[in-house]
Design a protein around this ligand. Structure first.
Ligand code: ATP
Ligand SMILES: Cc1cn([C@H]2C[C@H](O)[C@@H](COP(=O)(O)O)O2)c(=O)[nH]c1=O
Length: 210
């Protein structure tokens, strides 16, 4: 059972989620600047990654084929390091942590995309962070067709980005399912809107976070 309080610390933990190319990175920069103008100390990080070991695991995860359960276990292994070394120390100090992806991505990609049972992922979630959840999760929701058109020519695709639209439709559906399970935490952003419209929405939502 996951605790109803997100965590006991004075800082804030905000996560950005969505299918590849949904626009997370574009808006992380904007939200960081917004928070810094309010004199918040902001730590921007990402998953998989965020630590020395996590970045090594990211290389394997994004480029090597492996069994879906191996993929899930390595995602959570990287997450444990990330929590211990970066996320928890920062929010204990009172800083604001913005992470480009967290556990919802494992439910969406390894669960929805690869077909792993939710129950197995819940067990890993409970093992790795039983008493910590993000304060707020922005889900950038957009069709795989729009996202893939945006990513086209941006960079050479990794293992996930080479997946077909049918995979990303399953990932998107699982993200929306997760948002339905945790409506207090999730804010769903229509990522087909213009960058300017999304910024206006984010400004209002961040303002409400205190
Ligand atoms: N609302 C938007 N309208 C039009 N283009 C956008 C919008 N948001 C982002 N883009 C463009 O789409 C591309 C992908 O955006 P971005 O890198 O932010 O996505 P991402 O979700 O972080 O992707 P990934 O998960 O693969 O890292 C970029 O070229 C960005 O400028
Ligand atoms: C945390 C996490 C990530 N993934 C996937 C999702 C993306 O395709 C890549 C990360 O690339 P990005 O450009 O930094 O978004 O990893 C995953 O499958 N499961 C996870 O738990």
């Amino acid at each position: 059972m996951i605790s109803s309080r997100p965590h006991p610390y004075p800082g804030r933990f905000i996560t950005f989620e969505g299918i590849d190319g949904a626009g997370k990175s574009t808006h992380i920069d904007y939200v960081t600047t917004l928070l810094e103008t309010k004199n918040r100390k902001v730590i921007v990080t990402r998953e998989p990654g965020g630590t020395g070991l996590g970045e090594k695991l990211r290389e394997l995860l994004l480029h090597e084929n492996m069994h879906p359960e191996t993929e899930a276990l390595l995602m959570f292994a990287a997450r444990k390091e990330h929590l211990e070394q970066v996320i928890e120390p920062a929010i204990k100090r009172g800083d604001w942590v913005i992470s480009d992806r967290f556990t919802d991505a494992s439910f969406a990609y390894q669960g929805g995309g690869r077909g792993l049972e939710r129950d197995k992922l819940r067990q890993l979630e409970h093992w790795v962070h039983p008493h910590l959840q993000p304060d707020m999760t922005f889900l950038f929701d957009v069709s795989p067709e729009i996202a893939q058109a945006r990513l086209k020519d941006a960079r050479s695709p990794d293992k996930f980005e080479r997946e077909k639209a049918v995979f990303f439709n399953r990932v998107r559906t699982e993200y929306l399912h997760r948002a339905g399970e945790f409506p207090d935490r999730f804010r769903i952003i229509d990522s087909s809107l213009s960058i300017k419209s999304i910024r206006d929405i984010l400004k209002e939502l961040i303002g409400n976070l205190g």
